[in-house]
Design a protein around this ligand. Structure first.
Ligand code: AGP
Length: 584
């Protein structure tokens, strides 16, 4: 996934775009570039590396002009090279474009254009689009029509921002990845996501699939299927401050510390539409990816154990192969609401007549707009690439839905106790920093848990591998003896989640099996017995069963964070990853 941005108005375009790209860097940070139009024509600076590093070397702000586009890249087509960085241009150097998505027919388009003499300097699909617009321009004098004709020839996914020399206007097209129009006074903006706009405007339009937009500093026009369309103007509730670190070293640490308060907001979310949609359903399918998939596993356990309802949790990218085609109701969980794997599952399920419940952190996201019922987890902007507060807020919302359906709303209060228990853990962050220093030299980590601790173990392993690049995997505690136990030896770390409760005795047995193989046991537990069996531990508060996935996630997030910092990795921008995977 990439970050794209455009600006036209009275300000220095390179300054607006540079600041905006820094707010979008969580979407991809292999390389970045800016192009602006001034009296001297179009000038561009692009290079590999982080935006601030490129700026220190090349000085983006030397670019003049009040119109421009910019891009921060997560490589899909072509390696991480200066030539593959966006913006891309055509043969004339008068058309510039940035793109988020994947053009699936770019090979054939490139071959056809090459036959007409077009020469390409990059390996990207995006450069082909610039040349396609140029070619269409030879047949069609009007640039807007040439742009539309070029777009009509594309297949795949894209959000495009395009400008050309000689016209004070920017053109947009969306088919899949998000694209937002920001409305200012005598200035207009576009971007992949809201944080890039918050310093200038809160009035936004969510561009829809099939929309073609032309905007100038005075206004905009949107067409879809050749006809003018009106789109609602929304006022964003997020503030610029919410998209800042506010004194924390990293967004990830800030977002971990927000969880106590965010759980209360999640529990206050309006879930009535969700309950109405799910009530009486005997078979519920959940689709999600990554951390959201683990939140789905918690939902499954609650629906099955509390309601006797059958719940199938399917990874988004596997849904096409695993579905029955008879799904009546599908719960899609997605922090961004833009994950392509989850959206494609939703669209497939809808084709078979399923009703969709969207659980997301971004209102007006694609998932939000394509769902029959929605719940906003209200976690606020989550800028760090790794999910933290969105996971605990997802679990809180899903637990509230399950308990409401099972008629056990009185138990929701044990979830709100989780807020205080999270604060208790956060106050002892220093102990986790010390534990992280002890564990940082190790290379192999297993996370184990039973029942509602198993999804937490999965989440803890994902956090660690995502930001430290160390090998970490999670297993149901009882599963180790069915094979993975052969990997245990001295120096292998086993993080055991061992909360008091019915599953504790067996978890302690599994811990003993690990210890008998000389593994380095690290207990996260409120149980003296479990702690006594471990070389290292973090004593947890006693937690209600329902709150385990929420409260136990927090120390594991902090452990991963401090280990990443100790290992001099950037917790906010881990290599190879992006915040929302808007390509399949
Ligand atoms: C979690 O730390 C990762 N960033 C990733 O697994 C993420 O949860 C997954 O890509 C799903 O994203 P979504 O919730 O926005 O759909």
């Amino acid at each position: 996934m990439c970050g794209i941005i455009g600006y036209i108005g009275y300000r220095k375009a390179s300054e607006v775009i540079f600041k905006g790209l820094r707010k979008l860097e969580y979407r991809g940070y292999d390389s970045a570039g800016i192009a602006t139009v001034s009296g001297k024509g179009i000038s561009a600076i692009k290079d590999i590396g982080r935006i601030d590093d490129i700026h220190a070397k090349r000085n983006f702000l030397q670019l003049e002009g009040n119109m421009g586009i910019g891009h921060t890249r997560w490589a899909t087509h072509g390696g991480v090279t200066q030539k593959n960085a966006h913006p891309h241009t055509d043969s004339t150097g008068k058309i510039y474009i940035v793109h988020n998505g994947v053009i699936e027919n770019f090979d054939s388009l490139r071959a056809a254009l090459a036959k007409k003499g077009h020469k390409f300097v990059s390996e990207t699909d995006t450069e082909v689009i610039a040349h396609l617009v140029e070619e269409e321009g030879k047949k069609e004098g009007d640039f807007g029509k040439a742009f539309a004709n070029a777009v009509a020839k594309l297949s795949g996914s894209w959000s495009l921002v395009c400008m050309h020399q000689g016209e004070e206007a920017i053109y947009l097209s969306r088919n899949g990845p998000p694209l937002i129009l920001g409305i200012g006074k005598d200035e207009m903006f576009c971007a992949s996501d809201v944080p890039a706009l918050l310093d200038y405007t809160k009035r936004v339009i969510y561009i829809e699939d099939g929309d073609l937009v032309r905007f100038t500093r005075e206004g905009y026009e949107i067409k879809n299927k050749g006809k003018k369309v009106e789109r609602a103007v929304h006022t964003v509730t997020w503030t610029a401050k919410m998209a800042e670190k506010e004194g924390f070293d990293h967004f990830m640490l800030k977002e971990i510390h927000e969880q106590g308060g965010k759980i209360r907001e999640a529990l206050a979310a309006d879930a009535s539409g969700a309950v109405a949609l799910l009530k009486g359903q005997q078979n519920i399918t959940v689709v999600a990816c990554g951390t959201s998939f683990y939140a789905g596993l918690v939902f499954k356990q609650l629906l099955q154990s509390r309601l006797g309802v059958n719940c199938d949790v399917i990874i988004g990218s596997e849904f096409a192969y695993a579905r029955t085609g008879n799904e009546r109701v599908v719960v899609a969980i997605s922090q961004s609401g833009e994950t392509a794997d989850t959206l494609s599952a939703v669209r497939l399920a809808k084709k078979s007549g399923a009703k969709i419940l969207g659980i997301t952190n971004v209102t007006d996201s694609s998932l939000w707009r394509e769902s029959d019922a929605t719940v906003n987890i209200a976690a606020g902007p989550e800028i760090a690439v790794v999910a933290t507060k969105s996971f605990t807020s997802q679990v809180a919302v899903l637990s509230k839905i399950a308990l409401t359906l099972s008629g056990e709303k009185q138990e929701i209060s044990s979830l709100s106790d989780a807020s205080e228990q999270i604060e208790q853990v956060l106050e002892r962050a220093g102990e986790l920093e010390t534990l992280a220093s002890r564990l940082a030299p190790h290379k192999d980590f297993f996370f184990i848990g039973r029942s509602l601790s198993f999804p937490s173990a999965l989440e803890g392993a994902l956090k660690l591998k995502e930001i430290t690049y160390l090998h970490a995997e999670a297993y149901a505690a009882g599963e180790l003896k069915h094979g993975p136990l052969s990997l245990l030896q001295k120096d292998v770390v086993v993080v055991a989640l061992a909360p008091s409760g019915t599953s504790l005795p067996k978890t302690i047995s599994n811990m003993s099996e690990c210890r008998a193989r000389d593994a380095q046991l690290v207990a996260f537990s409120d149980s003296d017995e479990a702690i006594s069996k471990s070389a290292l531990h973090f004593r947890m508060p006693r937690v209600a069963q329902l709150a385990i996935p929420i409260v136990y996630a927090v120390p594991l997030q902090l452990l991963a964070y401090y280990m990443a910092v100790k290992l001099e990795k950037d917790p906010d921008k881990p290599r190879n990853l992006a915040k929302s995977c808007t390509v399949e």
